[in-house]
Design a binder for this molecule. Structure first.
Ligand SMILES: Nc1ncnc2c1ncn2[C@@H]1O[C@H](COP(=O)(O)OP(=O)(O)OP(=O)(O)O)[C@@H](O)[C@H]1O
Length: 599
């Protein structure tokens, strides 16, 4: 949807609402704003980053209790007495404490995978909830009342209508920050977490750092909500910070559309209003015996999820005119300064070497004492029948896998103990046998992921959109590489809409975007049509001419024989021949083993 129209619409409604709506409705809108702030964090964490958290309510509580402690305790310890009961210091301390605890919890839980991460969030969600209940100085389960209202200079914000503006301005700022972040270099890295971690690491993204960024930001949004809640409600007890509320926040995210910023607002609004209507209407229809609203509420949620599994927002977007839904929301400044390129190693110098590499999987020997070398300015092909051990070798050369014995040396340094990201930083880039890309992202953004290491601007610049110049340079580089591989007309196309052959070209463009000196291509010609193969061969010859070292694993013999300088042939994990293409074509061992002895 055209964001500008929507923003103006929501802003007008928000400006007018306190003037025309009764207090009760304003209170409801305040709750929607407070919930939407937490759900926005979940959009970043769960919808975009793929990390499910049931514990966001605990972060809300952490900051609510921090500000309550600072603003209601009569005799604060000396080191805190200077805060003078100011809610604004409550905000600063709440955010700092939440960030610190999120960093610790993130370090403990974000490396967990599968079901363990959500279970981890349930564990600390419950722990913090019970902790709030045991704080006798904070009223235990009864809670604390008489929390002071916010003051702004001399203005005392003790009315719902006044807090409405504060809540919704903060929510708008958080939406703005999230939107900016997601369309930045850091945001692309976060978007790659869901389903593309291996690829992102190979493009130089520190995926653990990206997870931590999403986790801490989502915790800070929850903390903001908690602070606002305490000074709006002016009474707190542990109940709104328990596990059930953590689940409700997730429901809101799912119902609204867990991957979109506007979905957070829609989800929070839909669920809050739905709950309210059920509480008001059902007793009138079914009588006040029994809590039917919980049952009907549950059924409605199941129904909504069934009818619109990706949430209400994507459903609404589909109803808008197609011109509003263009992927072309990114602009590329062709006049942006071109990114600096690394100096390529001297032509013919040794870049990559495998020395007696053996890889065992249990009893199976996938690679046995393999030796090979790759030089700057050459194309080396690694061939062999299915199951010969080529991919295993490829993975070790690119540091995705580690040899059981032997060593890989890249640019004079052993890759022992190095991960794919560090190898990418050293100047190696790769593609994958089974294409790894982010299908819902545009071709441009997918390829720009390859340039991740070539940008420096961090989260703060991205959130405030202060990295425009750098971003333009990255996008321009991505566009250049897309055009270079012949996909120029698909720059803004959703990557998932490309044919398989085009997706392989996208991977090559992405790899080139990292400005490598060694390019490792896993079956680059698979799925390409004849003319596309010809164009790819021309591109690879050009890259070789520029001094790049290219290693390719490939099954297409015509492609390999016309392109490679040297060929290494494997069978049953061992090297059976190495030489020039015409030597390999007539090598009896190759003909016997690889081609079944038929010339
Ligand atoms: N992670 C693994 N665990 C156990 N065995 C594995 C693993 N990876 C590969 N293998 C085995 O190692 C052998 C070599 O496999 P590899 O995928 O490297 O061969 P390949 O030459 O790339 O085959 P293809 O051309 O079909 O892709 C096979 O027998 C395979 O089953």
């Amino acid at each position: 949807m055209k964001p500008r129209i929507l923003i103006i619409l929501v802003a007008c409604v928000a400006l007018l609402a306190p003037l025309v709506l009764p207090s009760f409705q304003i209170t409801l809108l305040n709750y929607i704003g407070l919930y939407a702030l937490v759900v926005l964090g979940l959009v970043l964490l769960t919808g975009v980053g793929g990390m499910t958290s049931f514990g966001q309510a605990a972060f809300v509580g952490l900051s609510a209790y921090t500000t309550t402690y600072l603003t209601t305790t009569a005799a604060l310890p000396d080191w805190l007495s200077w805060t003078n009961g100011s809610p604004w210091f409550g905000l600063v301390f709440g955010l700092l404490l939440t960030a610190a605890i999120a960093l610790i919890l993130g370090a403990l839980t974000l490396r967990l995978s599968g079901h363990y991460l959500p279970l981890g969030t349930i564990a600390w969600g419950i722990s913090l909830y019970y902790f709030f209940g045991t704080m006798t100085s904070m009223g235990g389960h009864t809670g604390v009342s008489d929390i002071p209202p916010l003051t702004f200079f001399r203005l005392i914000l003790d009315q719902g209508e006044e807090m409405f503006y504060v809540i919704w301005v903060i929510l708008a700022a958080a939406m703005f920050i999230t939107h900016n972040l997601l369309s930045s270099r850091e945001g692309r890295a976060i978007r790659a977490l869901k389903g593309g971690q291996l690829m992102a690491e190979a493009m130089g993204v520190n995926t653990f750092r990206s997870k931590m960024i999403a986790f801490v930001i989502s915790a800070l949004f929850a903390a903001l909500s908690g602070w606002l809640y305490a000074h709006t409600q002016r009474f707190i007890n542990p109940s709104p910070f328990g596990l059930h509320m953590g689940i409700d926040y997730l429901f809101m995210a799912l119902i609204g559309g867990v991957s979109s910023v506007w979905g957070a607002l829609l989800g929070a609004g839909t669920l809050t209003i739905m709950k309210q209507w059920l509480e008001d209407l059902l007793p009138l229809i079914l009588g006040s015996d029994g809590q039917y609203e919980s049952i009907v509420f549950g059924l409605l949620i199941v129904l909504l999820m069934q009818r619109s599994p990706s949430g209400l927002w994507p459903f609404l977007v589909k109803l808008t005119p197609s011109s509003w839904r263009s992927n072309n929301h990114l602009t590329i400044d062709d006049n942006a300064k071109t990114l600096d390129r690394r100096d390529l190693p001297a032509r013919e110098s040794l870049l990559l070497e495998a020395k007696d590499v053996t890889r065992r999987f249990g009893g199976l020997i996938a690679n046995n004492k393999m030796n090979l070398s790759l030089h700057a300015g050459e194309i080396l092909a690694l061939i062999g029948p299915n199951g010969a051990g080529k991919s295993t070798m490829f993975n070790q050369l690119s540091a995705v896998d580690t040899p059981t014995e032997g060593e890989i040396i890249f640019r004079g340094k052993s890759l022992k103990g190095k991960n794919a990201r560090q190898v990418a930083e050293m100047g190696m880039s790769r593609t994958f046998q089974h294409v790894k890309m982010l299908p819902t992202m545009s071709v441009l953004e997918n390829v720009a992921l390859g340039a991740h290491m070539r940008g420096q601007k961090g989260v703060v610049s991205a959130s405030l959109h202060l990295e425009r110049k750098e971003e333009q340079r990255l996008l321009k580089e991505a566009k250049l590489q897309i055009e270079r591989v012949g996909l120029g007309e698909y720059v803004f196309e959703e990557a998932g809409n490309l044919a398989l052959g085009q997706q392989r070209l996208l991977e090559i463009a992405r790899a080139l975007c990292s400005d490598p000196c060694a390019l490792l291509l896993d079956e680059p010609a698979a799925g390409l049509r004849f003319l596309e193969k010809q164009a790819l061969a021309e591109l690879l010859v050009k890259l070789r001419g520029e001094g790049l070292a290219i290693l390719l694993v490939e099954h297409d013999m015509d492609f390999v024989m016309n392109l490679a300088n040297r060929i290494v042939v494997m069978e049953f994990g061992e090297l059976i021949a190495e030489g020039l293409p015409h030597e390999i074509q007539t090598n009896p061992a190759v003909l016997e083993a690889y081609l079944g002895g038929v010339e």
